[in-house]
Design a protein. Structure first.
Length: 233
């Protein structure tokens, strides 16, 4: 299992339902991190990220936006170099490739879009953040967290962290507690986040289309985890 870096934030996974296996009472629920099916660290090359089925690719096409991520990647790389931060290989590989991004479906119409710059992370003296994924209505935003020790993880936040970061950088520390209470560590690595996010979305579309016969061994194992948890209770 991958190790989490030390941050001031609690653990949690913001996500949608997985049919009757994992109910949800809104667009997203906050699920305890310890309730998630355990996953091995995925390959950083993202080689497992295969093309979508023709049907699912057509479903996603209506939600796709013009390429908004690559224009600022150069600025992000420059910032990282100046700050002595290490950007994960999987992050660079995904954020430069529209093709790979389009292989990740989203049942809530999330889209990849980089923040303008890397900014200091509120509440974390050694941490920095850059937004890379947004919900269609900004219900949840996801950030790559980096620190000066070469570690990283992924954060999910309800408020827009950059707004708080700018205020705190300007000397207003009144919102630091609010930031910490509304931010969660949701994955120990960028590749780990993308794998779980991708896997859950692929599963959701198969369940929604009653296409359970096409579930792969990994997808079925993911759902079996929730079946066992329900049986235990």
């Amino acid at each position: 299992m991958e190790q989490m870096p030390q941050t001031p934030f609690k653990l949690g996974w913001w996500s949608f339902d997985l049919g009757t296996y994992r109910p949800c009472d809104g667009t997203y629920n906050l699920y305890p991190y310890e309730s998630l099916p355990p996953l091995d660290a995925p390959d950083e090359t993202l080689a497992w990220l295969g093309p979508l089925s023709t049907t699912l690719d057509q479903q996603m096409d209506v939600h796709r936006r013009p390429d908004e991520s690559r224009g600022t990647l150069r600025a992000i790389v420059t910032d990282a170099g100046k700050l002595g931060l290490t950007l994960p290989d999987a992050f660079l590989r995904l954020m430069i490739s529209r093709e790979l991004q389009e292989r990740i479906p989203s049942c809530t119409a999330c889209f990849f879009k980089l923040g303008d710059r890397i900014v200091a992370c509120p509440g974390s003296p050694d941490g920095y953040i850059v937004r890379f994924l947004s919900d269609q209505q900004d219900c949840v935003l996801w950030y790559l967290y980096l620190n000066t020790f070469g570690e990283h993880c992924v954060l999910a936040a309800l408020p827009e962290l950059e707004t708080y970061a700018a205020a705190i950088a300007g000397g207003d520390n009144s919102d630091t507690a609010a930031v910490v209470s509304n931010t969660w560590v949701c994955a120990p690595s960028f590749a780990g986040f993308i794998y779980r996010f991708w896997l859950e979305n692929v599963i959701w579309f198969k369940l929604d289309g009653s296409d359970t016969a096409s579930l792969t061994e990994a997808e079925r194992g993911y759902l079996d985890h929730y079946e066992r948890a329900k049986a235990a209770h």
